[in-house]
Design a protein around this ligand. Sequence first.
Ligand code: BEZ
Ligand code: FE
Length: 291
Amino acid sequence: MNNIPPNEAKISARAVAAFANTPNPRLRQVVQSLVRHLHAFASEVELTEEEWLEGIRFLTDTGKQCDGIVRQEFILLSDVIGLSMLVDAINHRASEAATETTVFGPFYIAGMPERGHGENMAFTPGEQALVLGRVLDAAGEPIAGAVLDVWQTAENGMYSGQDPDQPLTNLRGRYRTDEEGRFAIRTIIPVSYPIPTDGPVGRLLQASDRHPWRPAHLHFMVMAPGHRTLVTHLFNHDDPYLESDVVFGVKDSLKVVYQPCQANHPLAARHDIDGAFRLASYDFVLEREIA
Ligand code: BEZ
Ligand code: FE
């Protein structure tokens, strides 16, 4: 780091000190640290006026690409710079027994339909899949009545809400575990897809020679009373983008195999599946809510 001239160091010190009387101690800590680090960054790179203005334009454009429904360019920005995964890691340090977490992403839609055991949530074509498993507590006991809010893209790589040709409820739904903690989701195999590149985040990726792809995954938010809500994905184990996920979200423990099953597999009759399908199994483990 370069030596900061005294008059510049004085500006930074005064700016940090200006927040010293913030009554809320946590807000004081966060704002003072943010100002300190932003000043250190500007000093380190010796930010030019044109670069400062370009940064302001970039953040302004980022704000303009937020629609409050499924386009949230600020979350996307946080994701591609690894900040979302860092915050996730900081906040799940003590979760040894629990299923690992990953990014929430900007495409969740609340209030999707409750679906029955094994109900199909796919209204668009794709390779048929069945995802089975249980929701357990940290002691390995099944949790009955846990809710799994699930979402994924269609085969064209777009989420409902992004794509006017899909019904909003396509590839989304809320499943509930039975008395043995079991769930069954009928869907299609997830595909890899690029995050939106038509905004400032796309321009940043392009300028940095980075690709925009996420490895194929199924999103989960798993909720049960008395337990900490789990936000995670299941990744297809053989996806070519597992090592270079644009948002750094992959964890080994979240990879699943979709086994090929013939039409005469006993689960086909049980879940009313016509023809061949793929079967993935996974047990989620929730930790107790911290009091
Ligand atoms: C997603 O998986 O939906 C997602 C996560 C981070 C950024 C963009 C998309
Ligand atoms: Fe996704």
